[in-house]
Every structure is written in structure tokens, then in C-alpha cells.
Design a protein around this ligand. Structure first.
Ligand code: AMP
Length: 289
């Protein structure tokens, strides 16, 4: 695996790979890689002649009181995993490489960037849209791979790809979970044992609402109430607090609330488990009949 650290180096390496391979897939990450990330790499390997990955903890998508400095960085282990998986090229720039002084150009996706996580984390999706657009320009992949785990991010990226006519196909891959349902996340490593079990509230809330939807319930308020009831269970006096950020029933493309899920919907939750903010979601298929 060739590791590039500057945009110019990566651009040249990708030009070379695209010259010899028919198609190039890109898997953007912030590192601290787990099986969820590697599932994107596997999908990319099956659909492209060559695969590039990136590891960049992007400062512009973190708020001032968020975990940018503390975000887990496990570069050597990540390189080993990507090499074993068969990634040909890794882009691992520094923040100064991606945002040199005098850098003032950003990509603002508009109102969609203010919904779900965009409401709780102002500026987050502007940072995501900016870095992903830059990665697309540097790598010029045929396809780029993202996780359904970040459903709002996928919606924002679909939006900018369409608005900016970016010549890339977005591929959104299913959420990889632990056997007990917890969605894999680099941030799970922040959790203490007690917090780890409390974190199951997210997937359980979604499962409860999903069950109800599976039995024909299409009223968003009823599905939302099912999610809230899981979060309101008192975990006892020693429990680390679980603070719900949002539990929403929205259109998966616009991220706007829907009242009825007959035509399909996204159930999305975000919660703080102690100091750690986790997200999870479930897609409800269109109701048949
Ligand atoms: P991150 O490193 O957290 O920015 O994630 C990089 C990519 O991996 C994003 O497209 C995420 O949606 C995806 N991803 C993260 N966790 C999972 C998971 N549990 N299952 C599938 N994809 C994931």
C-alpha cells in the first residue's frame, strides 16, 4: 500500500492508478478502523479494480467543545488493516496539508445541513461536505463508499453530489453491529463497561420502533413514542446518564420529519452516554398493501 501525505502526491498517485486500472473506489475515514470501515473496503474491492482509502480527522467538522483532540488515532494498526484488506493507496494528510493558511473556501450544503446532527452540531455538515468534496477532487474516484451508520451524512453527500454534478457514484453500505446490536463506532472505545451496556438503548429503541413498524404501524408519532419509551426506562441510581439528543422519523433524502411512514422512512437516534455522543438509525421500508 502506497501512503501519500500531501494532496499533490495523492493526486499524482491516483492519476497513475486510474491510468492502469479501469475503476477506482474511495473509502474516506477518520481512522481508528473497525469492521464497519472494513466492510466499506470489501464492498469497494468487489466493485472496482483498485481501492484508495483516506484517514483524516477533519477539524472543520468538529465543534469547539467536541472531541477533535481526543479522537482516537491508531495509525499503524489502521495501515496494517488496510494493507491486509487489499487497499492500494492511502491518503493520510495533516490538517495543515488540507487547510493551509489562507484557506477560505468551504462547501455549504444549505438547509439540509441543519437537520438531525446538523441541528445538534452546527457547522458539522459544512465541514463534512468540504472535506469530502476536496477528497473527491484529489482522488477523482469512480465510486465512493460511506456507511448507512451516518445516515444524515449520506443524505447531505447525495445532495452535494447532485447539486455540484460531482462525477462520482455514492455507495452506501449497511450498518455493521456487535452481536448484541450496538452499532460499531470509533467512539465506542470511549465507553466504560457500564456505559457500553447503557449504549444499547440506541439500538433497542430502534428495534422497538422497527418491530411496531413491522406489525403495520405507520404513524410516525407512535414509532417515535416507542423509541422514547426505551430511553425513559430508569437504569438505576448507579447508571451513567443517558441523555437523548434526538429521536426522529424523517425522509431519508431530505431529513425532514414525516408524519406517516407508508412510503418508507428513516428512524434516527442520537444520545449522549456519559460524555460520548453516539448515533444509530434504521430504515423502514415502504409499507406494502
Ligand atoms: P468515520 O471514520 O467514523 O468517519 O467513518 C468512516 C465511514 O465509515 C463513514 O462512511 C461511516 O458511515 C462508516 N461507518 C462507521 N461506522 C460504521 C458501521 N458500524 N457500519 C458501517 N459503516 C460504518
Amino acid at each position: 500500500m502506497l501512503i501519500c501525505t500531501t494532496p499533490a502526491e495523492m493526486q499524482a498517485a491516483c492519476r497513475h492508478v486510474r491510468g492502469s486500472a479501469h475503476s477506482l473506489g474511495l473509502v474516506p475515514t477518520m481512522g481508528a478502523l473497525h469492521a464497519g470501515h472494513l466492510s466499506l473496503v470489501s464492498a469497494a474491492l468487489t466493485q472496482n479494480d483498485a481501492v484508495a482509502a483516506s484517514i483524516f480527522v477533519n477539524p472543520t467538522q468538529f465543534g469547539p467543545n467536541e472531541d477533535y483532540a481526543a479522537y482516537p488515532r491508531t495509525f499503524d494498526e489502521d495501515c496494517r488493516k488496510l494493507t491486509e484488506a487489499g487497499v492500494a493507496l492511502l491518503f493520510a494528510p495533516t490538517a495543515a496539508d488540507m487547510y493551509p493558511s489562507g484557506n477560505t473556501t468551504f462547501v455549504d450544503p444549505g438547509p439540509i445541513a441543519t437537520r438531525l446532527d446538523g441541528a445538534s452540531r452546527p457547522g458539522h455538515f459544512r465541514g463534512v461536505a468540504t472535506i469530502v468534496t476536496r477528497l473527491f477532487h484529489i482522488v477523482q474516484p469512480d465510486r465512493a463508499y460511506f456507511g448507512q451508520k451516518d445516515a444524515a451524512q449520506a443524505a447531505v453527500l447525495r445532495h452535494i453530489v447532485r447539486d455540484l454534478n460531482l462525477p462520482v457514484e455514492l455507495v452506501v453500505c449497511p450498518i455493521v453491529r456487535e452481536p448484541d446490536g450496538l452499532a460499531l463506532s470509533s467512539r465506542n472505545r470511549y465507553l466504560s463497561a457500564g456505559e457500553r451496556s447503557r449504549a444499547l438503548a440506541l439500538s433497542r429503541a430502534l428495534a422497538a420502533a422497527g418491530d411496531l413498524a413491522g406489525h403495520g404501524e405507520t404513524r410516525a408519532e407512535a414509532l417515535r413514542a416507542a423509541m422514547l419509551s426505551v430511553f425513559s426506562v430508569d437504569a438505576g441510581p448507579d447508571a451513567a446518564p443517558v441523555r437523548l439528543d434526538y429521536a426522529a422519523v424523517v425522509d431519508p433524502d431530505t431529513l425532514l420529519p414525516v408524519a406517516d411512514t407508508s412510503r418508507g422512512a428513516l428512524l434516527a437516534v442520537a444520545a449522549f452516554i456519559g460524555a460520548t455522543r453516539l448515533i444509530d438509525n434504521l430504515l423502514i421500508p415502504a409499507h406494502e398493501g
